[in-house]
Design a protein around this ligand. Structure first.
Ligand code: B1M
Length: 213
């Protein structure tokens, strides 16, 4: 079996040590880092998600798969972020209030860092106040919000509203993303941008801030 498929399958069963070992091996063998990410780690997590939806997996299965995913991501991170280290702009990132999903947000953060952005990652369950306060303190250009639950996505609207009512309104742009988020939703809540995945988040951020590709 090809190495990338072995990474995917080890992630599905939540074997974190094996995911780490195989991911390192793939890098050592000069496999393309985006192939490891998309066809190995993300593909594995997609299957975990499908199994959970189908009732074949329970939360502990998902948690151990998520842990394996994070370990794999840690190994590819230096490769993903290598290259252009010059900070093009400053972004504050987080998963919104009430939401603890961080795998997608972490991916977006890595891709942004890889593209030269300085990213202050506030983690999960981030309140609107914390987003605004940090953006002000760090003189940020962009706030990146992630949400995975239909029950938490409205918190993005609260962040946009808090920003608009603040002294840094007009200085900081907002971008939203996550599985339930759409372009239409982004427009409805007044966010400046939406992206479906990490690569498009980078492209969108550059376009929004007028940074040459
Ligand atoms: Co959760 N969960 N979960 N979960 N979980 C979902 C989201 C769900 C769709 C599963 C399902 O039922 N089919 C469902 C939400 C239903 C809904 O709201 N409509 C759900 C639920 C219900 C829950 C709980 C409520 C379950 C419970 O307790 N009863 C609970 C909520 C906890 C909370 O947050 N308060 C819960 C808990 C968990 C775990 C802790 C077990 C675990 C999270 C572990 C972790 O993140 N550290 C977990 C997981 C892993 C999932 C699924 C299976 C996978 C999510 C994931 O990591 N995907 C998920 C099912 C699914 O999504 N189909 C599910 C891989 C990741 C790479 O993709 O995060 O979509 P994603 O990120 C993508 C894009 O969306 C985008 O780029 C990323 C890369 O391509 N993106 C952005 C993300 N953020 C972006 C920001 C941007 C731009 C793009 O710009 C700023």
């Amino acid at each position: 079996m090809a190495l990338i498929e072995e990474i995917r399958d080890s992630l599905i069963v939540g074997n974190a040590p094996q995911v780490s070992e195989l991911t390192q091996k793939a890098l050592d063998e000069d496999a393309d880092v985006l192939e490891i990410l998309n066809n190995g780690l993300v593909a594995g997590m997609d299957i975990v998600a499908a199994k959970w939806k189908a009732g074949e997996y329970y939360i502990p299965n998902v948690l151990i798969a998520a842990r394996a995913m994070k370990q794999g991501m840690q190994i590819i991170k230096p490769k993903l972020v290598e290259g252009d280290y010059k900070a093009k702009a400053v972004a504050v990132a987080g998963t919104v209030k009430g939401d603890l999903h961080d795998i997608g947000k972490n991916l977006v953060v890595m891709m942004m860092e890889g593209a030269g952005f300085e990213v202050i990652d506030l983690g999960t369950d981030v309140t609107p106040e914390k987003f605004i306060q940090t953006a002000r303190e760090k003189n940020a250009d962009l706030i990146l919000m992630s949400a995975l639950l239909t029950t938490t996505m409205m918190s993005m609207k609260d962040v946009v509203a808090a920003l608009q009512a603040s002294d840094i309104a007009g200085k900081v742009k907002t971008m939203v993303g996550g599985a339930p988020i759409t372009e239409k939703f982004a427009e409805e809540i007044g966010a400046d941008g939406y992206a479906a995945d990490g690569s498009s988040a980078v492209e969108k951020a550059k376009a929004m801030l007028g940074i040459a590709a």
